[in-house]
Design a protein around this ligand. Sequence first.
Ligand code: FES
Ligand SMILES: [Fe+2]
Length: 452
Amino acid sequence: MNAISESDIRRACLPAPDPLKSARGSIRSGQPPMSVAEILAEIERIADLPLSRSETLPAQAYTSQEFFDWEIDNLFKNDWICLGHVSQIPSIGDFLNVEVLGEPVVVVRDKENGINVLSRVCPHRAMDIMPPGFGYDGHGPAEAKEGEPGCGHTRFLLCPYHFWTFELDGKLKACAEMGQAEGFNRDEWGLRSFRSEVWNGFVFVNLDGTAPRTVAEQYATLSDQVAPWLIDDMVMVAQNEWDCAFNWKILTENFMESYHHAGAHSKTLQPMMPARDTWTEEEKPFHIRCHLPMKEELRAEIRAIDEEGRHWETYPPIATLPENERLEWGLVLGYPLFTFVLTGDSVIWYRILPMGPDHLKLLTTILVPRSTTEDPNFEEMNQVATQAAIDFHLEDMEVCMAVQRGLFTAGYQRGRLSHLEMPIWLIQRFLAARGRGTWPTMDRPGAPSQKA
Ligand code: FES
Ligand SMILES: [Fe+2]
């Protein structure tokens, strides 16, 4: 696993210039086509099996364009998608550009310190006001921030086509030569604003505006669980972009199950957090929470290092964590796409942006308490932590890409799941409930915790 380099993986991951070109290249899928209704019926069947009899999804759930389109309308556009963290845009005029489900948006902090998620599509003639690679330096007031993909600072928003200018809350501020346009009222021509909400410092968008609950309502129990990390006051200190030639479910499944510590992470994570000790909490309507305890010998070693006045973690441990939280990793999936790892010294957040059945864009990040960034050794620690996060992530990327290729083959067979893969089965149950229109009502008895 270790022979493959970061540049090999990045090259292999790069989708073809045509974003719709699939991971399988030009060869047709070896699996027979299935309709959306057939895929949903099969998901419903397997999601009702007990965990001990659970199976993998049909390959077509990861390869069908029609099913991906169903997911866009039924899982993503009508729910909350996390776009960023407030620490990426700390000052008035700071912005973050993101392409989410085909919508170019800018997340921008306005003069009242409010955070807006605005469409970047100009209300004049549909120009992207800050298209990738254009609209930053030398094109008006916006300046890009180095090392922070999509982030920048500006005084106002400027469309580079005919120079209409917009306030930081999206209102049209000025437009030249429009005096002869009869009935034209400047107040009616702002950038479109999407419904957004900040929860624990994370900025969420609901693209179609129909999510039945606020983020705070749906993640209320999760809020209690993450409270000791004080995430709203954390600072994002690392950001890495990845172009991934695989389905979003391959990533969320891989992210949440730790059975693969024994294989893909046999030299990195397995020696610290063995697969067999990992466990999943009881089923909840809005999120999954898994626990990855450090093995006993390591816990003893960490306590001994503490006593010497040093710390085992790369960054200083988070002082507000109870000991049991510090001595394990916690994995969280807030349905549908909000994924992060809680560790003793940081939070590792993954921004997942589905692009097609076999394509997603990923941003891997690290958040630490503000006090950590003031440590005299911070730069050095940050380099070590960032590299370690890239190293174990590369192990995941390699398997995820190969799995997607496998799903296109005639040789693919439906698999069976280990009890350690309970999160995969929970994701199936979420998909099934969305398919039958009952989510978030848990219309089946909730599965119990794996820890007595
Ligand atoms: S399209 Fe934006 S100013 Fe014309
Ligand atoms: Fe992994």
